[in-house]
Design a protein around this ligand. Structure first.
Ligand SMILES: Nc1ncnc2c1ncn2[C@@H]1O[C@H](COP(=O)(O)OP(=O)(O)OP(=O)(O)O)[C@@H](O)[C@H]1O
Ligand SMILES: [Mg+2]
Length: 286
């Protein structure tokens, strides 16, 4: 079971979108996936079309039996967020509260992946995600504000490692909302690459392009693959899920065969220079 936290202290950078799309793609590919909404905003739960008045993340953290808290969605199981999560700071204020998720997850068996959607603040829920995760994916919108927030976020990850989870790794930085038509996106991606190297991490080869299908799919409460499997974001998230799987040590040959049709292989990589490009058959930039 690999536990992956989608993170960034900056808001609106694609954490929830990445968590949703990754959970959906891994799920439709045949993996057993549990998604956990660790954000009191509940955006993941809302966009999944989950019931919000039932037991969920809050109850799971309190130690309720997992089977009472988990909702079965089409492609993944879900621990949904409800309004009580906004009281987490008060409810979970005892010594050791940062380890509630880690403890609760130990009672689960049979999942290949647990995907955690985190909030844009370093609150007790985010610290729980860091304490429980094997790997963090740092979601960054491809702009200079995200770039300037990167150092701060990485410092927080280092602190989380020191105090809560020495085994936490950063799987990489995922660039989102990439606009392949502009040179500024390209230049920003180069700067992310350089900074990532200095920080001892990597930028994922796959970048997620800006795509109107993302907002539309979220409004309709379906994932981007069901909404439009051939849109840019669906192609990119499929490629990202496979790249993440490999980065986490998954064997390429063991990727379930049933999913192979669902990715057209035209997802962009951020090798530079980038021009509007023809469809190719490779996902790799390196
Ligand atoms: N590739 C994309 N193309 C177009 N819109 C996108 C893309 N990715 C995300 N968005 C939109 O950007 C907004 C922010 O995305 P999202 O909610 O995933 O960010 P977040 O980091 O989870 O935000 P928060 O910090 O508030 O939880 C949403 O309206 C989403 O629909
Ligand atoms: Mg979010």
């Amino acid at each position: 079971m690999k536990i992956i936290a989608m993170t960034n202290k900056k808001g609106g950078v694609g954490k929830t979108t990445t968590a949703l799309s990754t959970a959906a793609y891994l799920g439709q590919s045949g993996f057993s996936v549990l998604a956990i909404d660790m954000d009191a905003q509940g955006n993941f739960s809302q966009a999944s079309g989950a019931k919000r008045d039932e037991a969920g993340t809050f109850d799971f953290l309190r130690g309720d039996p997992p089977e009472n808290c988990i909702q079965k969605m089409a492609k993944y199981d879900l621990l949904a967020a409800d309004s009580r999560l906004s009281r987490a700071e008060k409810e979970f204020d005892q010594i050791g509260s940062e380890h509630l998720l880690e403890k609760a997850l130990k009672r689960l068996k049979g999942y290949d992946f647990v995907i955690l959607d985190t909030s844009p603040s370093m609150n007790v829920l985010t610290l729980n995600a860091f304490a429980a995760a094997d790997a963090a994916v740092v979601c960054c919108q491809t702009d200079s504000f995200s770039l300037s927030g990167l150092d701060d976020l990485m410092k927080n990850v280092d602190l989380a490692k020191e105090y809560y989870n020495k085994d936490l790794t950063v799987a990489g930085i995922l660039l989102t909302r990439y606009d392949s038509r502009t040179s500024i996106s390209k230049r920003t991606a180069e700067m992310f690459e350089a900074r990532a190297k200095e920080l001892g991490t990597r930028v994922f080869g796959t970048v997620i392009r800006e795509s109107v299908a993302i907002k539309e799919s979220q409004m309709r409460q379906c994932d981007v693959f069901d909404y439009s499997a051939s849109c840019h974001a669906a192609e990119d998230y499929a490629a990202f899920a496979k790249e993440l799987y490999e980065v986490l040590g998954g064997d390429k040959k063991k990727w379930p065969k049933s999913s192979q049709k669902q990715s057209s292989g035209s997802s962009p990589r951020i090798s530079i220079p980038r021009q509007p490009r023809k469809r190719t058959t490779t996902h790799r930039r390196r």
